[in-house]
Every structure is written in C-alpha cells, then in structure tokens.
Design a protein around this ligand. Sequence first.
Ligand SMILES: Nc1ncnc2c1ncn2[C@@H]1O[C@H](COP(=O)(O)OP(=O)(O)OP(=O)(O)O)[C@@H](O)[C@H]1O
Ligand SMILES: [Mg+2]
Length: 476
Amino acid sequence: MSIVSGRDAVSSRKNPSPNILIVDDEPDIIELLELTLARMGMDVVSARSLDEAKQLLQSKRFQLCLTDMRLADGEGLDLVKFIAQFCADLPVAVITAHGTAENAVAALKAGAFDYLAKPVSLKQLRDLVKSALNLPPMAAHAVPAASSQSNQRVLLGESQPMRQLRATIDKLSRSQAAVYISGESGSGKELAARMIHERSARHQQPFVAVNCGAIPENLMESEFFGYKKGAFTGAEKDHDGFFLAANGGTLFLDEVADLPLAMQVKLLRVIQEKQVRRIGESQEKNVDVRIISATHKRLNQCVETGQFRQDLYYRLNVIELNMPALREMREDIPLIATAVLEKLCRDAARPVSSFTKGALAKLVNYDYPGNVRELENILERTLALCGEVQIGEAELQLPVATKEAKSSIPENINLILPDLDSGLPLQDYLDQLEKDSIIKALNISRYNRTKAAKTLGITVRSLRYRMERLGLNENV
Ligand SMILES: Nc1ncnc2c1ncn2[C@@H]1O[C@H](COP(=O)(O)OP(=O)(O)OP(=O)(O)O)[C@@H](O)[C@H]1O
Ligand SMILES: [Mg+2]
C-alpha cells in the first residue's frame, strides 16, 4: 500500500496552511472543528467515515488527523492503528465521549498523539493543534547507535532490549500520554524521560525534574503549586512551583512512590483539572504539562499495600516503560563501558584509556546492582587511581560477589574523621563528615539507598534529602 506520509518533509511544518483531516460522522462537530481550525489558518478536509478517511490518507498529505472514537463503519481506534502502521509520523488525536477514559487510554496505547474529551474545549483544541504541529520530524530524531560524540545523551546499547526500548521511546515521544518508567536504581530512568521530552513536541519548553523523595513534607505544597508573595511568613516574592515552571513542557516526577498520600490527592486533582492554584491566590491558572513519572519501587505493589492511590496510579501509568537492568544486557557492557570511559577521559582532558581483554571480561561478568550508574562510578574511581593508559583487571577493583558482600555489611560504619585542625568552618566540616558517611554507606550497600539508609539509621526520605542538599545525587 502506498501512503503519503504526512510529515516526511520538514518544510511541511513551515507550510503556512497545514492540512488537517477531521473524521467524524456528526455534521455539527465537523462544522465546529472546521470553523475553529480555519480561523487558525489551517486547511481542513473532512471525512464522514473510516473508509473515506483511509482513502484520503492515501491521496493527500496531512500534518494532523482528528478523529471521533465512534464512526458509522468502525472505531476511531482502528484509524489510530491504521495510521500507526502506515503513516507513523502523522499525529492523530481522538475525540472521546465524556467519561470514557478507557477509550482515551486505549487510543494512547495504540499510538494516538493525544485525546480531547467531549464537549470539546476550543482552548484545548487549539493547544493540541499547536503541539502536534510542533513535533520534530521523525527522521531528524532517529537515535544514533552509539553517540558518545553527540551532545544529546542517549541510552546506549545494541542488545535487543535496548533497541526495543529506544523504538518505544521514539513512539512515545510523539504522544502526550503520561508515561511511567519502572526499573532498578541507576538503570537510566531519568535519561529515558529526558529523551522522551527532547524528541517530543514540547522539546522547546521546559523539562522540570522533581525528586519527590527529597522534598520535606511541609514544603511539598508550596514547591509543587507555588505561592503568592505574603501568603505565609517567608514568602517574600511570588513563586511559581513545579507545575507552572513546567507549563507547556514536561514534569518528571522521580521517585513518585515516595509522595505522601495527602499530596497524592492534590496532585491527582491538578492533573485531572489541568489547573493549579498558588497558595494565597484565589484564581486558578491553566497548566498544560506532560507527566512522566518513575520509581525504582514496584508501584503496583505500593497500590496493593495502600501506600499509593490507585486512581493516581492509573493516571500516571497510561503507558509503562521498563528499563532493563544492565546485567540483562551483558552484551552491551563493553560498548557502554567504553563510551563512559572515553567521556570520563575527555572530561578530565587526559589521553583516552582502554581496557585489557581481561578487564573487559571482568566488567561483563559483574552483576551491577547499581546498574549503569554503578558502572560509571567504578570507572571514575578506576581512572582516579590508575595512571596507566590501559586499564587491567586489578585496577578495576570490582566489589566481591553480592552474596559475600551482604554478610560483610557492618552494623556501624567506622569513619576516618576529617582533620579537625583543617581550618574548615564547622558547617563545612560537618557536611564533609555527613558526605563521607553517606558515600561509604552507599558503597557498602552497592548503591542500594534503602540499605544505605538502614545502615545510617535514617529514613530513605531523609537520605535522599541529605544527598540532594550535599549535591550527591548526580555522582552517586
Ligand atoms: N543505556 C545507557 N547508556 C548510557 N548511559 C546510561 C544508560 N543507562 C543509564 N545511563 C547513565 O547512567 C546514569 C544513571 O542514569 P539515570 O540517572 O537515568 O538512572 P535512574 O534509573 O534514574 O536512577 P535512580 O533510580 O537511582 O534515580 C546516568 O549518568 C545516565 O546517563
Ligand atoms: Mg533517577
């Protein structure tokens, strides 16, 4: 079948009159959509049935398709599937009857760009059209195989799971659906979230990453929703909060399982209403954010144990992306290790090192409970300690097998105290002490934060908060 791809020419987006296909069997709705879109300067073609729409798609180039879910000769969902198969780069949005959230979710899962609920809000329609026309062309955002040279960070790896994952990320980028990213610590959840954003229609808008486990509970509301000057003691000027800061872009809710229940309710409301009210303000403000969430915990289990609200879970988890653990893609370890090593050498402006065969074999056979982040840490430490250009097995100092390591976790950590005469101000001295204890506990627990917190006798939330404060999150 030959289908004219709607978005194969980059110039099509610069076209002064983008072509839009409307598929609906209700004349009133067609008229309303035609009028609104024509006012936005669009060329509108309408089809009354699935068949007619398919024929038009084969004969004409479109930049967006809007379809009703229920048509005389079939389901809008079938058209979404047809477009996903034959003109994957054409964004298609569905119009759903009020209160049929399952339909919208099914359409998003099948590859729809977004949905509009009836009665159609003209503001939402205009926003949707603008976003869809802002999608980067597909060819330009193909993920380079191993782009250690490129500025944009991408998930590296040529194994089947990694290729599959990148293909899914590409598809998800062309939709507005909420994505929930699961996976072990250090497996690339945040990197995946950034990739989705950078390839999406929102790429020129902000990406705001929030570590939900690191915000003290009493500050949550003001951090998320913002406040007006004078709303409470200490509110010296207006503050937007995460939702408004991410407006038009993507809000990444990291460690989402750590949100307290009371906050979950408030978050759900904002996501549903698409409106936020800053503390101390009476007016609600419209917000348009795409939500991507992640946690290394099993969110469905948190729902079962009552720690996470089911309604919020369904809102966040429209599409799930699971990050494979590094040990599940061992064949990628040489490629990733080499790319990481090259980057570390470049950053340190030193000659690029390489691994001996034995060192590579050791790296491939290690289990990485802390995944790629642990690999990065191992290589950073190795480089710091080893002056050689070739890195051998001994230089890697890989931790012993996990089972032995478990029994060697001490009850208390003995620290070598920094020198009190070092002249450091007390706060810096204490920070250094705190930092050393945390790093040590994390090393012993193989970067398992739950275990590290236990060893330190603090809660995971407190550990995250301290790490954030000490600037440890990027490196540990
Ligand atoms: N496939 C990969 N290719 C290259 N780099 C990767 C890959 N996966 C992860 N990384 C790198 O590993 C580090 C950890 O990734 P990231 O922060 O995205 O993990 P995470 O799953 O969010 O971890 P956590 O659960 O601890 O928050 C980052 O520096 C990231 O760039
Ligand atoms: Mg993360």
